[in-house]
Design a protein around this ligand. Sequence first.
Ligand code: PMP
Length: 353
Amino acid sequence: MSKYWSSLVENLKPYVPGEQPKMANLVKLNTNENPFGPSPKVIEAIQKELNDNLRLYPDPESKALKEAIAHYYTDHGIKPKQVFVGNGSDEVLAHIFQGLLKQDKPILFPDITYSFYPVYCSLYQVESETIPLTDSFEIDPADYKRPNGGIIFPNPNAPTGRFMVLQHVVEILEANPDSVVVVDEAYVDFGGETAITLVNDYPNLVVSQTLSKARSLAGLRVGFAVADEELIEALNRVKDSFNSYPLDRLALVGAVAAFEDNQWFEDSCNGVINERERLTEKLEELGFEVLPSKANFVFTRHKEKAGADIAASLREQGIIVRHFDKPRISDFLRITIGTSDQNNSLIKALSEL
Ligand code: PMP
């Protein structure tokens, strides 16, 4: 007789993160981390906190961080009460799926997008409908004018890297005044434009961001959302029904310090953008088609060679890129922008294929 927990396990289909292999000299271009590392001020702040305060619980409201984020966006009139923080933007998104999207109609998201969305739908029993991208792998706002229980998409989209102009985001917001529209801006700082500028005009908009990419703190696990106060209050209530202390003391002081070193942040983004443009040119010279990217990765396919074969051959040489075995994109590779040296190793290996 089968045990009931076997079927519980069978029915849970979790998100599968990119692998984190531990080999020396690996060129790791598979999980969109930032190769330039965090600001030294972040390390300093964490070291100080480590020495002083680990005995104590952290601030359950993460007040200092909400203030730092609101201050960063002060030109757009953002107040600390409009900021929600969580343990990585994955956790922020989990709270959004639990608290803001569950309605009597399916939520909408693109069919090629961040693969955590269907996982949350399944876990929180949120019905969904996926909308195909256009032939050029773009999100068409006209496709999001149908009854729904909420809308979510990354901008830039992942794994395509394609950015949707804010005017199109506005079109979606205006067509759906009674639905929550979530713009997942994990990659926005690499040349996109944030929809946080629209938050005070559209009470149905939630923008989520992360410190994992542009601020190079994937290991610290800090993400946040900015929205109308009422939606943020709903997220706070979900959080307090789940874990009152999502951000530990080290994450809190590190994240605050990251928002105090904007020079480091800007230099890091510019470094990634310059390398992305250089890599794109080289890939095109080598016979690859590269989708226009505003992220810290490129989505690319070779005109003749299969994506899976290229990924396998790179791997043999210690270079790891991401290949998705999914319809329509199985020929593509998603390649994180590395340092100049890492990108040069990649280019060399690809030119010898
Ligand atoms: N959204 C998108 C589109 C992503 O690609 C990622 C990174 N995997 C995340 C959110 C989550 O990032 P984090 O939890 O590190 O903030």
